[in-house]
Design a protein around this ligand. Structure first.
Ligand SMILES: [Ca+2]
Ligand SMILES: [Ca+2]
Length: 506
């Protein structure tokens, strides 16, 4: 009898498919969009946003409408996301350095590395996941990816800049000129993803491994160039400009200007005087719709591969972008226009058709994907898994979303409030329910003694300010601002700003 049972068990084992460890785990498809603010249909940031593919993804999964980056700038935001560590813990605040070049961070285990190590995932990437060329090459010590496709590119460029912006910068430009969608960097990145998803046996080493694919789109990052087709979908006639009020900055601390002291992205004043506000609004919307179409191509390829049911999708942007709000354009701010981002999860383990209004942070993506995939938790991460909200959008979440820009400047965002504290101690408080555009700083000093209720609210929110605030990492550069509490000296890009310096009107 015993012999018979053993024979039956052996036969049964022989009939089971022979998978390598982890081959049954879900795949991950991560889609990143650069400088994409909340001008996405399902986020409602602009009434004329046209993003049918991203909206359809949101319907297939859970969209977070109160998600915020950990830093409103590419390199620090992406480093934070891929390591799940706050800028105040890494000291990565500027466009440089690459974290592997910082001795204290060099051996950090990134999200895809965790999947390769603990899930046996085949990791592949194209476009912009890390900033610039960072992390695209493996070194003998650090294998970043199994495979890297085409890098990020804003190409093709027109023969010369289309808009004469102040402090001219090659990238700070927008509009349309004769070129082909097929030649655009993001189209080429989507081509690569479509091709790789269609070659499932290569992407999974003949079904032996699950895949972790990270695809990063460059638009609507400047230059916001779109072909005529996408511009025509956003006609100038009837175009709605962002809502602003005059002198919105009058009640914000002087220090708030320091964070974008002399950036190449122009002020609203320039846009108005040059008659370019409409053109930039339209170009940004057109680029967003173009990127949405590329997202659609990638998602269609996943569907056609037959592996959509066994794949977790996450879509995010690294930070927001102002288009005139708070009198500026660009990023580098601690208001919702600078920090609020799309964040959508769909696929295996994610409840369909949910809208979650709880605060969420981009550094939550790491532990969320790890938990969804059933991998062991990485104790080094600072984020909190969003799996409870992916199951039930109403699930309790006590943590606010915190954004840090440069050393010791922080924004704290809850469901109904935003509190900001700058390195010099100056503050802002907004009631986001009653004042969603953050027009009325409840801690403004020129309105006399602040309302005691506002003071109490601010003090309660200040308890969430990060305790760890390391100074900028060695070789920090590009967009670096420091403030010396003793001497009260502010240094921007290596040059001191004195309190008497007039705010640059660019
Ligand atoms: Ca960016
Ligand atoms: Ca104001």
């Amino acid at each position: 009898m015993k012999q018979v049972i053993i024979t039956i068990l052996a036969l049964a084992a022989a009939l089971l498919p022979h998978h390598a460890p982890g081959a049954d785990r879900p795949n991950v498809l991560m889609i990143a969009i650069d400088d994409q603010n909340d001008w996405i249909g399902c986020l409602g940031g602009h009434p004329q946003a046209k993003t049918p593919n991203i909206d359809a993804l949101a319907k297939r999964g859970t969209v977070f409408t109160n998600a915020h980056c950990q830093s409103p700038l590419c390199n620090p935001s992406r480093t934070s996301l891929m390591l799940s560590r706050r800028p105040g813990a890494t000291g990565i605040y500027g466009l440089a350095p690459w974290f592997r070049d910082v001795p204290a961070l060099a051996d950090s285990v990134t999200l895809p590395q965790w999947f390769a190590k603990h899930g046996n995932h085949y990791t592949a990437t194209a476009g912009k996941i890390y900033h610039g060329r960072y992390g695209r090459k493996n070194t003998p010590k650090h294998k970043e990816w199994d495979e890297a496709g085409p890098g990020a590119s804003g190409k093709p460029f027109p023969p010369k800049k289309l808009v004469n912006t102040p402090q001219p910068h090659k990238l700070v430009d927008w509009g349309t000129f004769p070129h082909k969608d097929e030649d655009k960097g993001d189209y080429i990145v989507a081509d690569w993803a479509v091709d790789r998803l269609g070659n499932h046996h290569e992407l999974t080493e003949n079904g032996k491994r699950p895949f972790f694919m990270a695809v990063g789109f460059f638009l609507p990052h400047v230059p916001c160039y779109a072909t005529q087709k996408w511009m025509d979908m956003h006609p100038l006639e009837g175009l709605k400009l962002p809502e602003v009020i005059a002198n919105d900055r009058a009640d914000t601390p002087r220090f708030s200007w320091n964070l974008h002291w002399k950036l190449p992205e122009p002020r609203l004043k320039f846009l108005k005087e040059a008659g370019e506000w409409e053109n930039l609004t339209r170009s940004y919307l057109a680029c967003t719709t173009f990127v949405d179409a590329q997202v659609g191509r990638v998602l269609k390829a996943l569907e056609e591969s037959g592996h959509a049911d066994n794949t977790i999708i996450v879509l995010w942007s690294d930070h927001g972008w102002h288009i005139g709000e708070k009198e500026i354009t660009g990023k580098n701010t601690l208001w919702d226009d600078g920090t609020r981002v799309p964040l959508i999860f769909a696929g295996q383990g994610v409840t369909k058709g949910q809208v979650c209004r709880k605060p969420a942070e981009l550094l939550d993506i790491y532990p969320t994907l790890v938990e969804l995939t059933g991998l062991p938790a990485n104790e080094a991460v600072e984020g909190h898994s969003l799996v409870p909200q992916l199951k039930d959008a109403g699930a309790d979440r006590p943590w606010p979303a915190i954004t840090t820009h440069n050393h010791d400047n922080h924004g704290v965002r809850t469901e109904n409030w935003r509190y900001i504290r700058y390195a010099d101690g100056s503050e802002e408080l907004y009631n986001m329910k009653e004042d969603p555009n953050e027009w009325h700083n409840l801690l403004a000093l020129d309105t006399g003694a602040p309302d005691p209720t506002a003071r109490r609210k601010a003090d309660a929110l200040a308890k969430w300010l990060p305790k760890e605030n390391v100074p900028p990492a060695p070789k920090s550069a590009a967009r670096i601002l420091t403030y010396d509490k003793e001497t009260k000296e502010t240094i921007w890009e290596g040059k001191p700003i004195t309190p008497g310096d007039p705010i640059p009107e660019l």
